[in-house]
Design a protein around this ligand. Structure first.
Ligand code: ATP
Length: 257
């Protein structure tokens, strides 16, 4: 069973004094769907980048299946941990299919070309994200939502054990928000670890099994989403008064002006 364990972890947040940060010690487990919530600038993206070993933490350790991630070869890491970034930068001109195929790169040997199975996985991911009409389109010609779905299709083609997803519902209309959260829930059901940053507490309440609440000015809390997603915990998180009701047994929060 895949585990990603954080021990006394402090992410290196630029311009933030270390003494004002609180350490994280928790384990993300296979089958769990985690939402990281917190105000703008609190460090959600920095934490995701640190978990993907793209940033060195200020302090503490991260272990994938009880092995320090720093001891794993970058290629091995990319086979097991995948990240979808918040901002999508198109480094060079490429079609949707070429981009999604990049997800297979960590699984290829040096100089090896993608085989039929890699192509089949890329096509399946494109179909799953409703991108078939755009298969041969230049990535930079896509709309924001289509581009977001192409990034998720690339992650799906990569098929890592740990999915780190920075604001998955960004740019998406309501239909695709539900479709994409359904896709991530499906991955958790397939025993992947899913960790995402979210701004919509209602999306977290609807879909996440666990949450990590990052406060700007007090220790973080983490655990069962049903227990932690309360007005009492969320109002100080966002410094915003909230009203709460229930829909189908799940809480629904509305900011009160
Ligand atoms: N390259 C950088 N130089 C200076 N400061 C930076 C840099 N990158 C990030 N920061 C700062 O680090 C802090 C954490 O940023 P981060 O993107 O992790 O926050 P976030 O919680 O994801 O925010 P948001 O909800 O706005 O996406 C912010 O104050 C940000 O301005």
């Amino acid at each position: 069973m895949t585990t990603l364990t954080l021990t006394q972890l402090l992410a290196a947040i630029p311009n933030k004094p270390r003494q004002s940060e609180y350490a994280l010690s928790l384990t993300f487990k296979a089958g769990q769907m985690w939402g990281i919530l917190g105000p703008n600038g609190v460090g959600k993206t920095t934490l995701l980048h640190t978990l993907a070993a793209l940033k060195v933490p200020a302090l503490g350790a991260i272990e994938l299946n009880h092995q320090p991630i720093t001891s794993l070869h970058r290629l091995k890491l990319a086979q097991q941990i995948g990240i979808m970034f918040q901002e999508h930068q198109d480094g060079f001109p490429a079609t949707v299919l070429e981009t999604v195929l990049l997800g297979r790169f960590p699984h290829l040997s040096p100089w090896e070309m993608e085989n039929e199975q890699d192509l089949a996985l890329a096509h399946a991911a494109i179909d799953r994200l409703d991108l078939s009409p755009f298969r041969e389109r230049a990535l930079n010609s896509l709309s924001g939502g289509e581009r977001q779905r192409a990034a998720l299709a690339t992650l799906m083609a990569q098929s890592p054990d740990v999915w780190l997803v920075d604001e998955p519902t960004n740019h998406l209309d309501l239909h695709y928000q539900v479709a994409v959260m359904g896709l991530l829930a499906e991955q958790a059901n397939l025993n992947k670890v899913v960790v995402m940053s979210l701004h919509d507490v209602n999306v977290a309440a609807q879909w996440c099994s666990h949450v990590l609440l990052l406060y700007p000015d007090r220790p973080p809390i983490w655990g069962d989403a049903k227990t932690l997603l309360t007005q009492q915990n969320l109002e100080p998180l966002y410094r915003q008064k909230l009203a709460m009701t229930r829909l189908n047994g799940k809480p629904l929060f509305v900011p009160v002006a």
